[in-house]
Design a protein around this ligand. Structure first.
Ligand code: CA
Length: 227
């Protein structure tokens, strides 16, 4: 799997650099923005796995960025950790009301922030941190790239493996073809949405290779889900 992508939104250059340095040292791919407007544009280009978002920003404030991202279906599940100065602490309640997943008050401990980033990613992108995913009789190991069903090994192509990883991270969630394209193929690559159907077909075949029912659900007009 590609490295977890973290977007750092902070207008103070020194703090932005410290955050970027530490996040990269943890093994994340980091992109940076120094204002709210740029942050929204960057999310539009490529959905990050997590956002560290400063409260006070030029142009569009952190709280407004948070509100907008949490009101959209395609970005709602991206964890947001908000940063604020102590004087803004009271306002943090509002921050959490707009859907921020966690917050820290400046000056914060970088080690503590890294722990919270890991926590959020463990919940939202467990495979990116190497955790074995399990769903019913299927297990997927992101480190060895091995997939088993009922104890038997399954043969999956790389695209099918990434698709299954996405499904197993959020069983029951319905994924649209567009979101799957973005997540599994990446936004820079031009692929027709019908390609998704082709690979879903291959994944289904691989999952049922040793018997067992088809665990994937086609949701008419919406996309696909596991279970
Ligand atoms: Ca600021």
């Amino acid at each position: 799997m590609p490295l977890p992508k973290v977007l750092v939104v902070e207008d103070e250059a020194a703090q932005r650099e410290v955050l970027t340095y530490n996040l990269e040292a943890e093994g994340y791919a980091v992109t940076q923005a120094d204002n709210g407007e740029e942050a929204l544009l960057l999310v539009e280009e490529e959905t990050p796995d997590l956002i560290v978002l400063d409260w006070m920003l030029p142009n569009v404030s952190g709280i407004e960025v948070c509100r907008r991202l949490k009101s959209r279906n395609d970005t709602r599940s991206v964890p947001i950790i908000m940063l604020s100065a102590r004087s803004e602490e009271v306002d943090m309640v509002r921050g959490l009301e707009t859907g921020a997943d966690d917050y820290m008050v400046k000056p914060y401990s970088v080690a503590e922030l890294m722990a919270r980033v890991r926590n959020q990613l463990r919940r939202s992108r467990p495979s990116a941190l190497g955790a074995v995913l399990e769903w019913e009789d299927i297990t997927l190991d992101p480190e060895t790239h091995r997939v088993h069903r009922g104890g038997k090994i399954l043969k999956l192509g790389p695209t099918e493996f990434r698709l299954l990883t996405t499904f197993m991270e959020k069983p029951g969630r319905v994924w649209s073809r567009e979101v799957l394209l973005d997540r599994v193929w990446g936004r820079d690559i031009y692929v027709d949405t019908r390609t998704v159907d082709v690979h879903i077909g291959r994944l289904r075949k691989a999952l049922c290779a040793h018997g067992g029912g088809d665990p994937l659900r086609t949701v008419r007009g919406a996309g696909y889900a596991l279970g």
